[in-house]
Design a protein around this ligand. Structure first.
Ligand code: NAD
Ligand code: UDX
Length: 463
């Protein structure tokens, strides 16, 4: 099939950047990204590219090049579905907050709504692509809805999970380690797979495009995230042991990473992983395993989350303990609120949980993050429902200038590894702080020895 029109439902962190890159690389295909959220679509259409809703290095240039040419952002969901030959579903699949599987299973209500809408609108055959991360066998449910509520047209369902990481989304999309496409083993299924392979082959070498059956593709996404998160929890577990024994976790990571079977990536000890994916996807995996009665499998993966929660809590407890067992009314400055550098995304950021613990101890938290607004910080804390919104607002001071944020603080905690933090004038910061001046480096990004020479009491992770 010759593809001329693609639609993507969901203009979020995945749908937006992914479709922008497809549009840039396939000028012969019209790509329309639709969303129910009119404010988000308006931001994608903002003339000033600084105002597009997602901060990713390099994304503004790509949107600037393709938007209005063959890349469109719209709220007209039905029109875009009607016209497209391929429809990507890239809506959110958060952890359920109600009913059966609450706190564990993925909430598929947005996926089901998309399937029903596609079924209602489609008047010709369509390829429907699962871009969202979904529990294994979701394609079966989508197919059942499409076939039972549709207009008698044929649907092929493909699984094409996204492996981009935020902060490096554009590079990951332009130069992916692999593209994974799962489809039906029937001739029609294979034809649909080939159609999508041809889209990616516009810029991805074909030997990096992997095709599998649908279930392998769906499960590979959860597996990849589980393995990645497991490496972080493993090194974080070792960081605690390092602190007790005089070993240095950075040295240990380097030593094991040189074993080519282990490899050097994803071994950075930290205050704990955040982001919208790892926790949600592992909880989902645990839930799926349990639902098949595989309790040992479930317990094995759940430990990755338990370790991560421990790492976040241990960081906040250590701050309280080190500051003479009280942080009441003390100003503690957070450098960074985003879950990692080079993104404005804060979902599940360790900073939220560390702040929540410290506010429980009556601390005043001063936050500086180059890309996160006060409104977002307060929304993140309010979402936890630990206390009234006004109490969160009273506990959080936010700053546009890092030096102002650090003034008069008893301690600084580094929660995100933004590059600029290492470049600051740390002598100036030291001079403006309460003494003794503490630095808790949750990302091991500062030069501990240099800070100690200035006079700081410095604590990194795992040394
Ligand atoms: P997001 O919340 O940023 O975006 C989802 C968008 O879908 C929202 O703007 C929402 O308004 C829209 N939406 C929901 N229901 C809709 C409907 N019925 N019609 C039209 N629009 C609708 O989410 P995201 O971070 O882009 O993640 C999307 C999916 O991709 C999730 O399944 C996630 O697990 C997966 N994923 C995310 C990442 C990541 O780094 N964020 C990476 C890989 C995979
Ligand atoms: C992750 C996966 O990497 C990506 O493939 C998938 O598509 C979505 O989920 P993302 O969450 O955007 O991507 O970022 P990632 O780089 O994986 O970082 C996740 C968290 O782990 C961040 O909080 C990061 O700071 C932390 N991390 C990462 C560590 O603490 N140590 C590391 O060594 C690596």
């Amino acid at each position: 099939m010759k593809i001329t029109k693609i639609c993507c439902i969901g203009a979020g962190y995945v749908g937006g950047p992914t479709m922008a890159v497809i549009a840039q690389k396939c000028p012969h295909i019209q790509v329309t990204v639709v969303d129910l959220n009119a404010e988000r679509i308006a931001a994608w259409n903002d003339e000033d590219l600084n105002n597009i809703p997602i901060y990713e290095p390099g994304l503004d240039a790509i949107v600037g090049e393709a938007r209005g040419r063959n890349l469109f952002f719209s709220t007209e969901v039905e029109k875009a579905i009607d016209e497209a030959q391929i429809i990507f579903i890239s809506v959110n699949t958060p952890t359920k907050t109600y009913g059966k599987g609450k706190g564990m299973a993925a909430d598929l209500k947005y996926i089901e709504l998309c399937a029903r809408q596609i079924a209602k609108i489609a008047k010709d055959d369509k390829i429907v692509v699962e871009k969202s991360t979904l529990p294994v066998r979701t394609a079966e449910a989508i197919k059942s809805i499409l076939d039972n509520t549709g207009n008698g047209v044929q649907f092929q369902i493909l699984s094409n999970p996204e492996f981009l990481a935020e902060g490096t989304a554009v590079q990951d999309l332009l130069n992916p380690d692999r593209i994974l496409i799962g489809g039906d083993t029937t001739a029609e299924g294979q034809e649909a797979i080939q159609t999508l392979v041809d889209v990616y082959a516009n810029w991805v070498p074909v030997d990096k495009i992997l095709t599998t059956n649908v279930w392998s593709s769906e499960l590979s996404k959860l597996t990849a995230n589980a393995f990645l998160a497991q490496r972080i929890s493993s090194i974080n577990a070792m960081s605690e042991l390092c602190e007790k024994t005089g070993a240095d976790v950075n040295e240990v990571a380097r030593a094991i990473g040189m074993d080519s079977r282990i490899g050097p990536k994803f071994l950075k000890a930290s205050v704990g992983f955040g982001g919208s994916c790892f926790q949600k996807d592992i909880l989902n995996l645990v839930y799926i395993a349990k639902s098949y009665g595989l309790n040992e499998v479930a317990d094995y993966w759940e430990q990755v989350i338990i370790m991560n929660d421990h790492q976040k809590r241990r960081f906040s407890s250590n701050i309280v303990q080190t500051l003479y067992n009280t942080v009441s009314d003390k100003k503690i400055t957070f450098l960074g609120w985003a879950f990692k550098k080079d993104t404005n995304d804060t979902r599940e950021s360790a900073a939220i949980y560390v702040a929540d613990d410290l506010i429980n101890e009556n601390a005043k938290i001063a936050v500086y993050d180059p890309k996160v607004s006060r409104k977002k910080i307060l929304a993140d804390l309010d979402y936890l429902e630990s206390r009234k919104a006004e109490n969160n607002a009273n506990a959080i001071l936010s700053f546009e200038d890092p030096y102002e944020a650090c003034k008069e603080a008893h301690a600084i905690a580094v929660l995100t590894e933004w590059d600029e933090f290492a470049q600051y004038d740390w002598q100036r910061i030291y001079d403006s702080m309460q003494k003794p001046a503490f630095v808790f480096d949750g990302r091991n990004v500062l030069e501990g020895a240099v800070l100690e020479k200035i006079g700081f009491i410095y604590q990194g992770i795992g040394s």
